[in-house]
Design a binder for this molecule. Structure first.
Ligand code: B3K
Ligand code: ZN
Length: 893
């Protein structure tokens, strides 16, 4: 397979002004007729160039005609991926193509396919070419009309983009609908749905007073569980008007939930298609986390209407233009709807555990990649989450108002266009009269910058000098890196814990209590003056840039002090995490060195868990001033993934055992406080679950976190209590927390809880995903055989992406079983990737790219070697998809 390069971008020689599509949907073969009004885009060339349309080999070409006459054989040529037409007339012309396709056999879930008996589509990034021959790229924007015809009984609902123009009967019990989308769009935003679906309807009045009809479609059995998605949609519409002045532009907005979907959801113009797990929610079947995901994703897809649809990407290398920006927007929305500090902490945790890992692995790429083999492999945490952090840099630097000015200019300049990341940066710069050209480096370089800050206080001069340096590690294909501009937000704490007023040398006046320093060089110095006493430095406030920070000379006492007092909630949380990371690293290294005695004794000999740490955690746990959600995040141990990469040649099993030891020590030492917290945060009898109620959710979060700690004690009384809680829970958040608390230990209650949970929920496929995930991710030794059995269980289906993610991705998180020393976990994943690849290449690629196989150099040599063996085995497979090939071959380099 050949990579495509960003530097090779060229506009197409033809554009498509108007597209009319006619779908005749059938059980065996469906027909797609397209009429394309083509216009020249080749300048003044004297002979019209060849037209090369994208396609797939499973499309059955029935006919092609130009301006009404069928093409002669010599005028067109077909390969597996292209239809090339030559001898075209000068000027504009009409091209008509008729093809046959078989959606019912399409298990890749790209293009047109069937889910739960209904027809639906997924075209981003390059799925439209599976429907018909087309210029399948985002810089070709056209107006669409779509006629859909299908059997009226089996498919009573027929949906397309835009407005419904007409509907009626067709012959032989069939019916049709005709849709028109007045906004030009790239084909990746095309969608259709034909099915037997129930609907829930509401209305939103826009800021200019228009009524927009909102409809959510699901299978009939789920329709009473969409009110939260509807509520979230209305909130998102209102928020975008208030925050960015952006109003919805049509009179109808549809969301359709389908159960077989490769990703979360898709922002097709006015016809969003969603993975059902991100639409359907009810207290008894969904956790607080599920609720917040529904809220965030519904908003994300809605926000794409402006950032993505009205202004789209020139080419797929620019994906972060729409995704980074839209993630930033959904993060801000969720922050405004819930707790801003907790949202920031969650987002940073995710970035650090998953994106930093990606940025250090074999698939590392800049937020704007330079090349790809399969674009689908680049819908990554880097493009999305790191991309959002880069958008956030502008906001931090320009302020809220400056950022808004930049957004306004971006839409004024580019509405209706397909543009690049540079256009976005230029709009931000021009609207604020600033030079932001140095920010280009963030778009071109992969790798997480490492920032070192060394503070030194001069008591006689009353100055604090910060020496700041940055270094970006080499990544595949990029050995040399330039410094990037890093906004570093800092504050100084006085001995009483208060923020000191800041005076930066060379700047007039006071700069409040948080100062954003712009670090642009490899090393730089900043001096604060009039610093009355030796301060404690609070650095990278609100996580002002996606970097790894190290403050030199910082002591455990200072960290505990910051954890107790910092006015910046992110830094407060981070101080605790830094303390815990340092402890885990220290204990791991000690355990690694001397292998003779029992692990517990070795860890105790290395100092165990010092009181500074357990006291700090205890103080946090019993804080009256902080909310439960924040406390729960504060007492959580950093994920293993945060340490892998920072400890060379890691033994993941030893790390797992060290983490377990620390949890047990903390649980034993803080048991009375943990039990008190559980009592205080118990929901009162008769309390009804109110979706989106922060206080309720915060109480559940803290109570369940405390129960999680207690469950580590392996105390039969705790197990009995958890089983009782699993039985009597009145909401899924509490129920799943109780079952999860039992899953990692081999107690009898574990089996009972899982069996009872199954009996209770076996008819609900979304809840069954949780049941699969809990078992597949369990850390009980020898669990692989249960996971293999699960693959045969009726609750699992290998053709359903959600089921695959629940089973395989959860298994990847089980340090004990995936990383089993005999390599059995690696082999299981190798086998499964090959099996899934034959069915769904995107799902298979996601399993490998989420696995430690892409970071094998971080692991001990024996494990690295066993991972390499699996990669070689996968890469040797006949008929391997390009998706999996790209990841596997890069990981073997
Ligand atoms: N834009 C889609 C993702 C499409 C992924 C294609 N493999 C969802 C989103 O980011 O909103
Ligand atoms: Zn998106």
């Amino acid at each position: 397979p050949q990579p495509k390069y960003r530097k090779d971008y060229k506009p197409t020689p033809y554009l498509i002004e108007h597209v009319h599509l006619d779908f005749l949907l059938n059980e065996d073969k469906s027909t797609v007729k397209s009429k394309l009004h083509m216009t020249p885009n080749y300048g003044d060339a004297s002979t019209p160039p060849k037209l090369e349309l994208d396609g797939r080999k499973d499309i059955d070409l029935v006919s092609v005609s130009v301006n009404g006459s069928a093409l002669a054989d010599k005028d067109y040529e077909r390969t597996d991926k292209k239809l090339s037409i030559s001898n075209l007339p000068k000027g504009s012309f009409d091209l008509e193509i008729t093809v046959g396709i078989k959606p019912q056999e399409n298990t890749s879930l790209e293009g047109l396919y069937k889910s739960g008996g209904n027809f639906c589509t997924q075209c981003e990034a390059e799925g439209f070419r599976g429907i018909t021959y087309f210029l399948d790229r985002p810089d070709v924007m056209s107006k669409y009309t779509t006629r859909i015809e299908a059997d009226a009984k089996s498919y009573p609902v027929l949906l397309g983009n835009g407005n419904l123009l007409e509907q009626g009967c067709a012959s032989e019990g069939r019916h049709y609908a005709l849709w028109e989308d007045p906004f030009p769009k790239p084909c990746y935003l095309f969608a259709l749905v034909a099915g037997d679906l129930a609907l829930s309807e509401d209305v939103f009045k826009t800021m200019s007073g228009r009524d927009v009809t909102l409809r959510i479609y699901t299978e009939a059995k789920d329709i009473d569980r969409v009110s939260w998605a509807m509520e979230s949609l209305k909130q998102a519409m209102k928020w975008d008007e208030e925050t960015f002045g952006l109003e919805y532009d049509l009179d109808l907005f549809n969301i359709v939930a389908v159960s077989d979907f490769n990703m979360g959801a898709m922002e097709n113009k006015s016809l969003n298609i969603f993975n059902s797990r991100l639409v359907i929610a009810s207290p008894s079947t969904s956790t607080d986390l599920d609720y917040s995901r529904v809220e965030g994703v519904v908003a994300h897809e809605y926000f794409h209407n402006w950032t993505g649809n009205r202004v789209t990407c020139r080419d797929w290398f620019q994906l972060t233009l729409k995704e980074g920006l839209t993630v930033f927007r959904d993060q801000e929305f969720s922050s405004d709807m819930n707790s801003r500090p907790v949202k920031r902490i969650d987002d940073v945790s995710r970035l650090r555990t998953a994106q930093f890992t990606e940025d250090a692995g074999s698939m590392a790429h800049p937020i704007r990649p330079d090349s790809y083999i399969k674009m689908d492999n680049f819908y990554t945490l880097t493009v999305y989450e790191k991309g959002a952090e880069i958008v956030r840099l502008y906001r931090t630097l320009l302020g809220k108002d400056g950022f808004r000015k930049g957004m306004d200019l971006y839409f004024k300049r580019h509405d209706g266009q397909a543009v690049t990341c540079d256009d976005f940066r230029n709009a931000m710069a021009d609207a604020n009269d600033k030079d932001l050209s140095s920010f280009a480096a963030w778009y071109g370089q992969a790798g997480t910058p490492q920032v070192k800050v060394s503070p030194s206080y001069d008591a006689s001069a009353r100055t604090l000098t910060l020496k700041v340096s940055q270094n970006i590690p080499a990544t595949p294909g990029q050995s040399q890196k330039e410094p990037v501009p890093i906004p570093l937000a800092v504050g100084l704490l006085a001995a009483d814990g208060s923020d000191m007023p800041l005076h930066l040398q060379g700047e007039a006046g006071e700069s409040g209590t948080t100062k954003v320093l712009l670090v642009e060089k490899a090393s730089q110095e900043f001096v604060f003056t009039e610093v009355a006493e030796k301060p404690v430095l609070s650095a990278l406030r609100d996580f002002s840039a996606p970097v790894k920070l190290q403050v030199e000379g910082q002591t455990d006492e200072e960290l505990a002090f910051l954890l107790g007092h910092d006015s910046d909630p992110f830094c407060r949380w981070e101080a605790g995490q830094t303390l815990l990371r340092a402890l885990l690293t220290k204990l791991y290294n000690a355990a690694k060195q001397q292998k003779e005695s029992k692990l517990e004794d070795r860890l105790a000999a290395a100092g165990g868990v010092p009181e500074t740490v357990s006291d700090a955690m205890g103080a946090l746990l019993t804080s009256k001033e902080l909310d439960g959600m924040f406390i729960a995040a504060g007492i959580s141990l950093p994920a293993a993934a945060e340490l892998i990469g920072s400890i060379p040649n890691i033994d993941p099993l030893l790390l797992h055992n060290v983490r377990k030891y620390v949890v047990q020590q903390l649980a034993a030492r803080l048991r009375p406080q943990l039990e008190a917290v559980v009592k205080q945060n118990e929901s009162a009898a008769g309390d009804t679950f109110v979706p989106g109620d922060f206080d309720q959710a915060a109480k559940r979060a803290l109570k369940n976190k405390a129960l999680g700690y207690l469950s580590a004690l392996d105390d039969p009384r705790v197990s009995a209590d958890l089983l009782e809680r699993a039985r009597s829970a009145t909401n899924m958040t509490d129920q799943i927390a109780a079952v999860a608390g039992l899953c990692d230990s081999d107690c009898p209650e574990r089996k009972t809880a899982l069996e009872e949970f199954y009996k209770q929920w076996k008819d609900d496929s979304l809840v069954m995903l949780k049941w699969i995930g809990l078992q597949a991710g369990a850390n009980v030794p020898g669990n692989l055989k249960n996971v293999e059995k699960l693959m045969e269980h009726p609750a699992f289906s290998i053709t359903n992406p959600n089921a695959c993610y629940s089973l395989f991705l959860s298994f990847l998180r089980s340090s004990v079983n995936f990383h089993a020393a005999d390599g059995s976990g690696y082999k299981f994943i190798g086998d499964s990737v090959l099996k899934v690849d034959k069915i769904n290449r995107q799902v298979a690629a996601r399993i490998v790219s989420s696995s430690a196989f892409t970071a094998l150099k971080d692991y001990d040599p024996e494990r690295a070697q066993m991972m390499r063996e699996q990669l070689s085995r996968i890469s040797a497979e006949n008929g391997l998809s390009e998706n999996v090939f790209e990841i596997v071959s890069k990981s073997l380099e």
